[in-house]
Every structure is written in structure tokens, then in C-alpha cells.
Design a protein. Sequence first.
Length: 158
Amino acid sequence: MANQIAEPDLAILLTGAARVVADRLGDAVARAGIDDMRSSFGFVIRALSERDRTLTELSELLGVTKQAAIKVVDEMEDRGYVERQPDPADRRAKVIRLTGKARRVRRTALRASSRLEAELVQDIGEKDLQAMRRVLLRLLERHGALDSALAGRSRATW
């Protein structure tokens, strides 16, 4: 009797789906000619897409230590994704600002996300896609992550 493979558990399904999304976004960015993008940069780009932020604000928003945030920001600055500018509200502080390169990454990733969603609608229909959204929103709500998702933020995992 052949061994049957059991249906994957929910954790594997969600982790696999997240990997598919990350890979699709990464591939789109690479095709756009940006070959030095790292996944950790995406969290920072998303966090700075609304406005410039200080390092303290950025680390709090991402849920990482200031030391972890500065390490990524330094690397991003070296690669031309962000720049530091004097904070107009506090001459002692600096704000971190996205460059044109980072904004191009953001636009490319958003287009890739829209294409992925359109493919899902084609595959499963609008009704099932909306049901999937409701389930994911409920999962985030149950675990205290809904407000961040609704604000377009995801916690960094670096």
C-alpha cells in the first residue's frame, strides 16, 4: 500500500503562500533592473512610504531594536535606497527618506501584488478571494496584528 501524503497543515500553507508572494515580488523587482534588493529592505520601504521617519520611529514601527534598524538602514543607504536628512522639527535628529530607487521598488512591488490578486480572481473568483481576505483578516485580528495590517505594515523578522 502506497503512503499517502497528508494535506499540509495550515502553518505550512500560510508559510508557503507567504514565500510565493515574497518570491513573486522579488522577481518583479529584479526584472525591473534592481538586483541588490533584500527582503528586509521591503519592510523599511513600506514603513517609509507614507512619510520620512526618525530611526526611533522606524524601529518602533517595525518592532525591532534600534541596533537592528540602524544596521539595515546603513546597508540601504550604502545601496542607494534611503538617505538621511536633518529633521526639520529637531536639529539634533535625522530623518530617513526613501530615494527614487526605493520608490521604484515600491511601485514595482505594488504592481506585482495587483497582478497576483488578479490571477487569484481569475483562478478562484472574486467571491472566494473576498472570503480568503476575511479569513486572513480574522486571523490577524485574533492575534493582535490587524491594526498593523490595516495600516499597511508588517512586522520585520530580522
